[in-house]
Design a protein around this ligand. Structure first.
Ligand code: SF4
Length: 232
C-alpha cells in the first residue's frame, strides 16, 4: 500500500462547517466498490506520480491562516504506511483533521482517536449487511468489522458522520430499512448522490432519483437523529 499521497487538492470547500480544506488522497483500497469513482487511486495508483510530503507540509504551513482543515481520504487511508507519523506532522502545524474511512480497520482508527491525531471521522456505510459484500465487491469480507466500527463511533468517542452513496442497482426501500437498523442511534447520516464521471471501477451504475432519496431519508430518520441529502 502507499507510503505517499497520490492526490492533493490544495483548496476545497468540504461539507463540514463550510471549512476551507486541503485534501490528501492515499493510494490503494481493500474494497472494490464497483461504482467507486476513484478507480485510478484504488487500482492503478502506482502508475502515477506521488506528491512529496515535505512539499505538502511546506504548503500547509504557508496556508495555515487561510485553511481551516485537512481532509485525509483515499483509497482507504488506514492502509497507508507511516500514516500516524504523517498525521502527527500535520497536527503539529495545528490543523483540524477530517478522516475518511471505509470502516474496515477499527484497531488503527481507535489508535488515531486515542492519540488525538484526528478530529472528525466520515465512515462509509455501504448497504445492509445482506448486500454489503456485493456492494463493496469483496465476497470474503467479514462484515463484523464494519459493525464493530459503527458501534465504536456511535459511542461518541469523536465527532463523526456516516455516509452512503445511493446506487439504483444496490439500494431499495427494503435494504435501506435494514441499513437503518445497523446504524440505529447514530447522530448523522448523509445520503450522497452518485455521479458517474466515467471513472468507476465498473460501469453501468445509476443514481437514485431525488424523490426516492427523500423516501430513503424518511425511512432512515426513524433510526438516525439527523439524515441529510448531499449532492441533490
Ligand atoms: S468507494 Fe471507497 S471503499 Fe469503495 S473502492 Fe472506492 S475508495 Fe475503496
Amino acid at each position: 500500500m502507499s507510503k505517499e499521497f497520490y492526490g492533493f487538492e490544495k483548496l476545497s470547500l468540504v461539507d463540514l462547517n463550510d471549512f476551507l480544506c486541503a485534501s490528501l488522497f492515499t493510494g490503494g483500497c481493500n474494497f472494490r466498490c464497483p461504482y467507486c469513482h476513484n478507480s485510478a487511486l484504488v487500482i492503478d495508483y502506482k502508475r502515477y506520480p506521488y506528491f512529496d510530503f515535505d512539499e505538502i507540509l511546506d504548503y500547509l504551513k504557508l496556508r495555515k491562516k487561510m485553511l481551516d482543515a485537512v481532509v485525509i481520504s483515499g483509497g482507504e487511508p488506514t492502509l497507508m504506511e507511516g500514516l500516524k507519523e504523517k498525521l502527527k506532522q500535520i497536527k503539529e502545524i495545528g490543523y483540524f483533521i477530517k478522516f475518511d474511512t471505509n470502516g474496515s480497520n477499527l484497531k488503527l482508527l481507535r489508535e488515531l482517536v486515542e492519540e488525538k491525531l484526528i478530529d472528525y471521522v466520515a465512515m462509509d456505510i455501504k448497504n445492509s449487511k445482506e448486500r454489503y459484500n456485493e456492494t463493496i465487491g469483496v465476497e470474503s469480507f467479514d462484515f463484523n468489522k464494519i459493525q464493530e466500527t459503527i458501534d465504536y463511533l456511535k459511542s461518541d468517542v469523536i465527532d463523526y458522520e456516516f455516509r452512503t452513496t445511493l446506487i439504483k442497482e444496490f439500494h431499495d426501500e427494503e435494504n435501506i430499512k435494514k441499513m437503518g437498523k445497523l446504524v440505529k442511534g447514530a447522530k448523522k447520516l448523509y445520503l450522497q448522490k452518485f455521479v458517474d464521471h466515467g471513472t468507476c471501477i465498473k460501469g453501468g451504475f445509476h443514481e437514485i432519483s431525488l424523490e426516492e432519496a427523500n423516501k430513503y431519508k424518511d425511512i432512515l430518520s426513524e433510526y438516525v437523529d439527523n439524515v441529510y441529502l448531499r449532492g441533490y
